[in-house]
Design a protein around this ligand. Sequence first.
Ligand SMILES: [Zn+2]
Ligand SMILES: [Zn+2]
Length: 426
Amino acid sequence: MTILDDARRLAATGPVCDACLGRVFADRSFGLTNAERGRSLRVAVALDEDADFDPVDTTDCWVCEGRCAEFDDWAERAVESVADVAFDTYQVGTRTPPLIEENERLLREEIGADPDAGEPFKMEFNREVGKRIGRLTDAEVDFDRPHVQFVLDVEDDRVEATVNSAFVYGRYRKLERDIPQTEWPCRECDGSGRQGREPCDHCDGTGYLYERSVEQLVAPVVEDVMDGVDALFHGAGREDVDARMLDTGRPFVVEVKEPRRRHVDVDRLESDINAFADGAVEVTGLRLATYEMVERVKGLDASKTYRAAVEFDDPVDADALAAALDELDGATIEQYTPRRVDHRRANLTRTREVYGTAGELDDPRHATVEIHGAGGLYVKELVSGDEGRTEPSLAGLLGVGARVTALDVLAVEGEDEPFEDEDYFL
Ligand SMILES: [Zn+2]
Ligand SMILES: [Zn+2]
C-alpha cells in the first residue's frame, strides 16, 4: 500500500477535511501544516486518477465536525478572554470531545493504521490556535511556566484562561517592635473580630492580635500596583515579633495572584510601599523575580547577625565579658528546644555554630552584644542559657544570670551564596 492508496481510502470514508486527512501522516515531511499535507495528498490522488479535483469544505468534515475551520475563532476568543491582562508568555491546552477522538480512531482503522498514527487532534489544535494567539498578541509560547494558560474546551465550547502569579523580591527592614511578619489572626475569635453578636474583646473587634504586620504593610501595595486579586508574603525566615529587622534587611517575595500588570516600575513600587508603611517598615532592592525565587527565599540556608541588649543579674567586668564572648566565638552550641517555643514542636537538641561575636558593657549590669550565627540559632537562649538547656551560654560562662531585653536582627545572608542570584530575576 502506498500513501496515495491510503489517502484515497481515507477520502472515500466521507467528507474529511485537509487537516484531518493530513494529520494521519503528520510524521511525514516536516515543514508542512497538516492541512497542506491533506490538500497535497488530495491533489496527488486526483492527478494520479486524472480525475477532477474535488475539495472538501472543512465545515462538512465528519472527523472534526468542522472544528478545524475554527482556529482563528478560538484564538480570537482566547485573546479576548484576557483582554485586560498584560502577558508575555502563554501555553495552550485543548480538551478534545470524546466523539472526535472516536472519529480519529475510526478514520485510522480504515487503513489499518495505529489508533494514534500521525498526530492527535488535540496537538494540532494546541499548535494552530497557539500560533494565532502569538500573532495576535506578540506573546511567546512557554511550556514551562507561562504567564497565561489557556484551555480550549472544545466540548463545552468555552475558553478557560488561568493567569499565573507574578513575583516581586526585596528586603524589608522592620524599624518598630511588636510587628509580626505576617498577619496574626486573633485566636479567641478565629480572626472574625466577633464573639457571637458582640465585638471580640480580646482583639477589640479587629480580628487581629496585632493591628499591623510586615505583610499587611507591604503586600497590598504590590497587589494594587500589579492589579491582582490577592497577594501572599513569603519571608526568608522571620524574626521574633518584638525584634526589629535593621541594616540590610530580610529577603522576601510577594506573590501576586492573577496580576493584570507584570512590568511595574520597581523603584516607584518601592517608594509607594515605603510611603504606605510610614516608617514602621521599609523595603529595598525590589526586583521582579521568577516563580523559583519563592522556594529560594524559603529554603536557602541563611546565617543571621543579631544585636542584643543584655541585662545581668549581678555586675560584670569588661574583661570577663570579653573572655566569655571570645569563648563563644566559633563555638558549637547545643540547644534543647527552648521553653518559650511552641510546645507542640518536637523537643530535640540541635547544634548550631556561632560564627562571630562582639560586644561591650554599657554599664556593669548592661551590655550590647553582636552575634553572627548559623540559621536556627536561638540567640535569646544563647545569652540566658535557658536554665541549662543551651550550652555553652553567655550566662553560663560568666556565672551570672543574663537575659536579652531587646533584640535586633542586622543581617540575613545565604550561608554559601547570596539570595540575589540573577538567574532568579526577570
Ligand atoms: Zn476535519
Ligand atoms: Zn478576637
